[in-house]
Write a protein that binds this ligand. Structure first.
Ligand SMILES: [Zn+2]
Ligand SMILES: [Zn+2]
Length: 112
């Protein structure tokens, strides 16, 4: 199957997500090392950024939530802040591991 956008161009790859044939020009991204078209690559990149943002928010909220609970239970002590930070970082990591953001590499600039 020829490239969907450039019927005359030699297809060099197939999009990992939508399975469209891609010529070199349309092979815009690599997602986890697999070729992706411009639309699917941009999509994955948006998802990755959303996960990154969620991870930050969860880490911050986890920290504040832990502090709120720990301080009310144990009274403010230096150890409580330290434990809260460890807990929050672990919590944020868990989010990243759970959602597994893909590694998206832009190969070239794509003209719209
Ligand atoms: Zn695609
Ligand atoms: Zn093409």
């Amino acid at each position: 199957m020829p490239c969907a956008v450039h019927p005359d161009a030699e297809p060099v790859a197939k999009c990992w997500a939508c399975e469209k044939s891609l010529c070199d020009e349309c092979h815009a991204f690599d997602v986890d090392g697999q070729p992706a078209c411009a639309a699917c690559g941009a999509d994955q990149r948006g998802t990755g950024e959303a996960i990154g943002g969620a991870q930050l928010a969860v880490t911050a909220l986890g920290y504040l939530g832990f502090l709120a609970v720990a301080v009310s239970l144990f009274k403010p002590r230096p150890i409580v802040g330290g434990l809260g930070a460890i807990f929050a970082i672990a919590f944020g990591r868990a989010v990243a591991i759970f959602f597994k953001p893909r590694v998206v590499v832009r190969r070239r600039r794509v003209e719209a």
